[in-house]
Structures are given as C-alpha cells and as structure tokens.
Design a protein around this ligand. Sequence first.
Ligand code: ADP
Ligand code: MG
Length: 347
Amino acid sequence: MDKIYLLTDYKGRFGSKHGDSPYRSGMDPELLRQSFFDTGYELVFITLSKVDPGDGSWKGRQVLYTSSEDKGLTYKEFIEDVILSLEYAGAEVIPGYRYLRANNNKVFMELLRVMLPDQAGGNLKSACFGALEELTASSGVNYPVIVKGSYGAMGRNVFLARSYEELRRIVKHKIVTPVTFQFRLKEYLRMLRHKGYKRDSFYRGEFVVQEYITGLKNDWKIYYFGDRAYVFNRPVFPKREFRASGGGYDNYSYGLEARAPEGMLDFGWKIFRALDVPCVSMDVAWDGERFYLLEFQCVYFGTAGILRKYSKVFFQRNNGQWQAADNEGGIEKTYAYGIAWYLRKES
Ligand SMILES: Nc1ncnc2c1ncn2[C@@H]1O[C@H](COP(=O)(O)OP(=O)(O)O)[C@@H](O)[C@H]1O
Ligand SMILES: [Mg+2]
C-alpha cells in the first residue's frame, strides 16, 4: 500500500475541524488513518519537529501538512520553514509550499491570484503594498476601494475606503503595526545626525487594495475536494456593511438552497484546476455579469460546510456536468477523498 506522510504539530494536531472534540483538537487521527486506508493509502504520522530534511529519505515522498493560526503566526513560521525545506529536499508537499505561504497572508495570496488567467479569477484589479509610504494618490485604483490587511479572517481586517484620504487613514490606524515612541525618537535623531538620511517608515505593514465590486448582496463560499464541490451562500447583513464573511454558519444557505448562478461551479473549477491542489476553499462574487474570486485558501480553512448538518448535498462533477449528490458529511473522509482524487487523477 502506498504511504503518505502526515505532519502533526506539537499538540499532535492536524487540520481544522468544525465541531471537533476536544475543542480545537483538529481532525481525528484514527478517522484520518481509516479514511486514507479506505482509499488505498497508509498514513505515517510524524511530528514536525522530528522531520530531518537532510536524512536523505524525503525525495519523492508525498507529505501532507496543515497550517496554524497561533498568535503572531509564530508557530506557523516554523511550519513554513519545515515545509519549504522538504520541498527543497525533493518531497512532494501537498499542496505546494506557496499555498502555505498564502494562508493567513492576504498579500501573498493576492500576488498568486493575479497570476491566474482572467477567466479563472485573475480579473479583479488590485495592488499590494508593504508600507504606507508606497501608497500614492495615483496608485492606479478607482475609488471606492476595498483594503485588506494581510492577516485576519471573518472580515475583521477588510475595509471600504471611499477616497484616497480615507484609505490612508484606515491603513494608518487599522492595518499597520504601530511603532514605539523610542523607535520614532531614534529615527528623528538619525535625521538630525546624518544629512540626507531617509527615516524608516512608522507605518509598515502589508496590505492589499482591491477594486470594489459594488452592490453585492452576498458572496458564495465554494470548497472543492477533488471533483466534489460544496457551496453555500453568505448574505451581507446590514450591520456588516459590505462583508459577507463572518455572518455565522447558521445564517447561510447550503447546497441547492445556495442558488449558485449558472456557470459558477465551472468558474470555481477553472480556478481549482489552475491552482493544481487537492482541496480549496474560495470566496466568489457575482455582479450579475461576471464572477470574481475574492480570496482562496488551500490549507487550514473552515470546514463547517462539509457537515451534513449544513450541506445536505454536494455537487459531483460528471463529464463536465455538476450533479447534486447526497452528502454524508465526514470531514476526515472528505479530505482523504480530495487527496486520493488528486494523487490518482490523470493530469
Ligand atoms: N473586492 C471586493 N469587493 C466587494 N466586496 C468584497 C471585496 N473583497 C471582499 N469583499 C467582501 O468582504 C468579505 C471579506 O473579505 P475576504 O477577502 O474574504 O476576507 P476574510 O478573510 O476576512 O473573509 C467578503 O466575504 C466579501 O463579502
Ligand atoms: Mg473570506
């Protein structure tokens, strides 16, 4: 039986699972083992800190991993280092390292998104910055715009700016990392001491400025696990201004009730295939004429939409058509299905 290596964190944890027990324990290791076994793979669990990319054993191995949303993303950095080194050691990390980098990093995600073909999510105009100083009145975007700080989910770090001045204010006060008084003082002293010295920015922090799609009443979340699509419709509640995310799973409509517009699952599918990953979660908008990809995640995304409690059906792709099929709902099983599909598909 083919082996797949699965990396766990210092708590022995893997992945995110809605309604896990104990709280925040992730996917169930036994269910994972069984689900992969049922699709013809033997899972080998290894703790991230035990990985030695220099031991000569990693070339050609298939490796599954997850991300982390720990405070300051400190442990996530460790995961990144291990996964990138494994990629250099010749392992096939699934998905590729770039998608780990894009997790909880809206700037990098955006830089990957704009490389997608226009008809597969690359159509939305945007620009990325690393400091307030880089933003100028002629940054090539028309107002209003959406501005997103690199870090954060559920619409907490996403804002609407109606003018250049408002955009600067939002970046300054809500997005960038504040500097200390000492830092400022030191920089002013340097300016006094060294003629021509350009001081470091007091407003450093990555952010994305994106064209605003006006008048949206909702967006759709679509997950693809191999050739199965799970979809739900997230309405924009008035108190959330323009944000569809973060409204609460109980307030969304799932499956057939999500009323996905004609062509939307195909649009998402093009993106999914262009990304070349086993699983993805994407936010898609429809302005009545065109579809837009607002964001995507290929690791460690919310999984509630897989649950039978919410989605009674998923959509199975069959000869280019999407057919509603009864959803049993297991998260570990669905993940294993996606991975097995990816490893066995004819490319
Ligand atoms: N360019 C945009 N135009 C209009 N609405 C947007 C745009 N980008 C995001 N939104 C809205 O804001 C919400 C949050 O944005 P998103 O990038 O998905 O961040 P988060 O990670 O916080 O969910 C989306 O669900 C969508 O409703
Ligand atoms: Mg989102």
